[in-house]
Design a binder for this molecule. Structure first.
Ligand code: C2E
Ligand code: CA
Ligand code: CA
Length: 825
């Protein structure tokens, strides 16, 4: 795990712990303190004493519910609650009531006064009213669960008493029973002769009139033995809605709890048994609408709280409708096949087998919430790690992209120079025999300059594509090595095989490249280095290839040349010469010789050609000029020669010599020296030398690439008045065409022509050239005349001027001064 991952893990752990804590608190609050939210806000007030007098006993079912309601209302209100039971259900006798009175009287006398009294059920209310003066004088009393409405209303008139009745929801219960038992024609009530029983029977009879179609009957349990009662129950058919109200006793004075009664009745009755009071529901009764004892207790206790807070009892009238609720037993509903959709929505269903979820809700919900939370956390972690993985992938991809970019050429998508160098290094490392080829497009600059870079790019792409197309086991690597150079690698280093492939490559590249409907014919020069497995440096192989390419370029381009050791020597030599030339340019290392040119007619010198020499080296200008031409050195040298010639003429003049025209060789490469014309003009003017005394010897190669520039230059030369001669006529293209439009006054026939044609064959060819030149109005100088017969012949052919060792080798300026104009003949 990295440090960052550790920090992230720790953060996640802290986050998870915090969330678990928050959730736990939330869950605890929701599930264990939920009841709190049910209550109305209660203000704090000092401890108050409240007495709850119940008509019944602790064991009576409804009492528990009432107590629960009271406690809930009092919760958090600093109430001290005492409970006293009259137990009147069991002992509905004067003695019991008296004993209760004595006991309570004793207790009240010997303790702090009560602040309020709660009275549960009719007997308690009656007792309180009867003993109000002695026991509860001046104390507010709230009654609840009172069956006798009239009693409640009477009690409500007392200024210290208020409360709520316990209504029997007989009508609602009968209404729903009719729905459950649509065939019923009778409504039967089980009641008894107890106080409660009589009250209930009274109410049952009171609603009779609301159901004229139904027969209302009563079963008074107090009038039968238990057996007789049971038999009566057994005879009840399903045309009867049976309501159990009371069966606390039988004729034999046996007393029954509600639970005992419910069990006895439901075991014997074949019909559902309804009830209007909550006790007993769930033990075999079907249910009904009934008083909610806890809600009643809660309500009464809430009224007590209001009184204790100072609400005037006069503002709290007796509630004549109680708190109620539908209760039904799920099992019994099913037993009697009752359609569940008939059961009202807000019903409390008891005995319904809870679903696993309902059963374990308290556990399941927190577990579910926690699981959900864990799931979320895991999801976050998974998403996070996925994101991280994607990020890593992205990174890797961009790394790969960067790597690809670093090793490929954007234009052709071929591996670039760097990749090619690595490839060669690998081959060296593996000691593989192979052949490395460097290709360079001839005159690519032309294409770019003339047709634009887009065309240039297209040509490069096309060539790359063609090279890729022919790659195979032999030619296995193609790269763009730079600008217009491609580097290819072939397997093996056998000459014959290589040659075959080179032809194939050339063939493929010779096909024209079409760009914007124009065909471009591409020529390539190539340098080839064969790698035999004993090379140690990639750079060495590349430089060998370059030597070969250089040689190919020099020897006229559009061909391939294999590298050999001499090339390296040659290159070294050229490098040395370059250094010498540089040094000579800086330190006045040149001097000029002058070769006389003789008038063919008179045999007298009528001009000179200026020929450069190195002061300290025996290197021929033939050699060093071509090297100078490879660099800017030639421009420098051109100006040096010009300056020296003019200075020499000034010297000759000051020595009283007659000045003859001097021809200065003007290299084609000097066309780049844009300031040359002005330079020459400046020198002539400064030294007061007539421009007619200067002749510039140009060669036709000046036209090859710079036709327009060349013409402009010639115009400039004419403008300042210097003469032009076309040198080396008869070598190269010797296009007679040029002669028709370039402003030269003279052509110089090259020594090679003299050597070839002025032999025994008679020299007609030369004669024809001289004639043709004369036709064009041009003068002719013949160069390289070494023999008398040669001189005689060219003279006979009508040439104007002769230059050659026959008359004089090039001589120094001083020697020129000594020269007595020789006439050879
Ligand atoms: P080029 O312009 O054709 O000059 C004539 C060359 O022929 C000279 O060689 C000259 O010495 C030689 N030559 C003259 N008559 C004879 C002869 O009867 N027999 C033989 N065998 N050779 C003869 P050089 O001086 O060695 O110059 C060689 C070339 O160097 C020149 O050829 C010219 O192209 C170049 N060069 C010489 N000086 C200059 C210069 O100042 N500037 C430039 N740009 N090029 C120069
Ligand atoms: Ca020349
Ligand atoms: Ca020449």
């Amino acid at each position: 795990m990295t440090k960052e991952e550790k920090i992230t893990a720790r953060r996640v752990a802290i986050g998870v712990s915090l969330l678990v804590l928050i959730l736990s608190v939330l869950v605890f609050y929701l599930f264990f303190y939920r009841e709190r939210s049910v209550f109305v806000e209660k203000d704090y007030f000092p401890a108050k004493r409240v007495l709850f007098i119940s008509s019944y006993s602790e064991s009576f079912d409804t009492v528990d519910l009432q107590k629960e309601g009271i406690r809930q209302a009092f919760k958090g209100n600093n109430i001290q609650l005492d409970i006293e039971y009259m137990d009147m259900k069991r002992f509905d006798r004067k003695e019991n009531e008296d004993l209760f009175y004595q006991s309570l009287q004793y207790k009240i006398k010997n303790s702090k006064a009560y602040d309020a009294i709660l009275l549960g059920d009719d007997a308690a209310l009656k007792f309180a009213m009867a003993h109000q003066e002695e026991l509860f004088a001046g104390i507010s009393m709230v009654f609840f669960c009172i069956n006798d409405k009239e009693l409640a209303i009477t009690a409500g008139e007392n200024p210290y008493i208020t409360g709520a009745v316990e209504e029997l929801y007989l009508k609602d219960t009968i209404d729903i029973a009719i729905k459950f038992q649509p065939k019923a024609t009778k409504v039967a009530a089980i009641y008894d002769n107890t106080l409660t029983g009589k009250g209930d029977w009274k109410q049952f009879n009171n609603i009779k009139s609301s159901y004229p179609e139904y027969e209302f009957v009563g079963i008074n349990a107090s009038e039968y033995t238990l057996d007789e009662f049971g038999q009566i129950l057994g005879r009840i058919e399903d045309d009867t809605i049976l309501i159990f109200m009371d069966q606390f006793e039988d004729i034999d004075n046996n007393y029954y709890t509600i639970f005992e009664s419910v069990r006895y009745i439901t075991e014997r009755a074949k019909v559902p048994v309804y009830r209007v009071s909550v006790s007993g529901v769930g033990d075999g009764l079907i249910g009904g609408r009934m008083v909610s004892y806890d809600k009643s207790g809660y309500m009464a206790a809430a009224m007590v709280l209001d009184l204790l807070k100072g609400v005037d009892i006069a503002d709290m009238p007796v509630y004549l409708t109680g708190e109620s609720q539908y209760y039904f037993d799920y099992n019994i509903l099913r037993k009697y096949d009752i359609d569940l959709s008939l059961v009202p929505d807000d019903t409390v269903i008891v005995n319904k087998e809870p679903t696993i979820f309902e059963k374990y809700k308290v556990v399941l919900i927190p577990v579910f919430v926690f699981s959900l939370f864990c799931l979320c956390v895991s999801l976050v972690i998974v998403i996070d790690s996925l994101k991280r993985r994607l990020l890593m992938k992205d990174l890797q991809r961009s790394n790969e992209y960067i790597l690809y970019q670093a090793e490929h050429d954007y234009l052709t998508n071929l591996p670039n120079r760097r990749a090619a160098m690595e490839k060669i290094e690998l081959l060296i490392h593996e000691k593989k025999e192979c052949t490395v080829i460097i290709m360079d497009i001839d005159d690519f600059k032309e294409i770019n300059d003339s047709y634009g870079h887009i065309c240039g790019d297209e040509v490069l792409r096309e060539i790359a594509g063609r090279l890729l197309e022919i790659t195979d086991d032999k030619l296995f690597y193609v790269s763009r090595f730079g600008g217009d150079e491609f580097l290819l690698i072939m397997n093996g280093a056998e000459y014959e095989q290589n040659e075959q492939y080179m032809h194939r490559i050339k063939q493929v590249l010779e096909l024209p490249v079409v760009f914007e409907d124009k065909k471009h014919y591409i020529k390539m020069s190539m340098g080839i280095a064969e790698v035999k497995g004993d090379e140690t440096e990639a750079s060495e192989i590349v430089s060998n290839m370059d030597f070969a390419l250089c040689t190919a370029k020099k020897s006229g381009k559009n061909e391939w040349v294999y590298y050999n050791v001499n090339m390296k020597d040659e290159a070294v030599k050229r490098k040395d010469i370059k250094n010498i030339l540089n040094e000579a340019c800086i330190n006045d290392g040149f001097y000029i010789l002058y070769q006389p040119q003789v008038d063919a007619g008179t045999g007298r010198t009528n001009g000179y050609e200026a020929l450069i020499r190195l002061k300290n080296h025996l290197i021929s200008p033939m050699e060093f000029i071509s090297i100078a031409e490879e660099t800017e050195l030639i421009l420098n040298i051109g100006r040096i020669v010009t300056k020296k010639v003019i200075e020499q003429m000034v010297e000759w003049r000051s020595n009283g010599l007659e000045l003859y025209p001097v021809a200065i060789n003007f290299s084609s490469k000097q066309i780049r020296d844009k300031g040359y014309v002005n330079y020459l003009k400046g020198l002539l003017e400064k030294n007061e030398i007539s421009p007619h005394l200067i002749e510039l010897e140009i060669t036709e190669s000046i036209f090859i690439n710079n036709n327009e520039n060349a013409m402009q230059l010639f115009e400039d030369f004419s403008a300042i008045g210097v003469g032009l001669a076309l040198d080396d006529f008869g070598t190269g293209y010797s296009s007679i065409n040029y002669l028709t439009y370039i402003p030269v006054e003279k052509i110089k026939l090259d020594k090679s022509l003299v050597d070839i044609f002025l032999d025994d064959r008679g020299g007609e060819f030369i004669e024809n050239i001289i004639r043709m030149a004369h036709c064009l109005g041009l003068k002719v100088t013949v160069e390289g005349i070494e023999e008398k017969h040669q001189s005689d012949k060219v003279t006979a052919f009508g040439c104007d001027c002769i230059q050659g060792y026959y008359f004089s080798k090039p001589i120094t300026g001083g020697e020129v001064a000594l020269l007595k104009n020789p006439i050879k003949g």
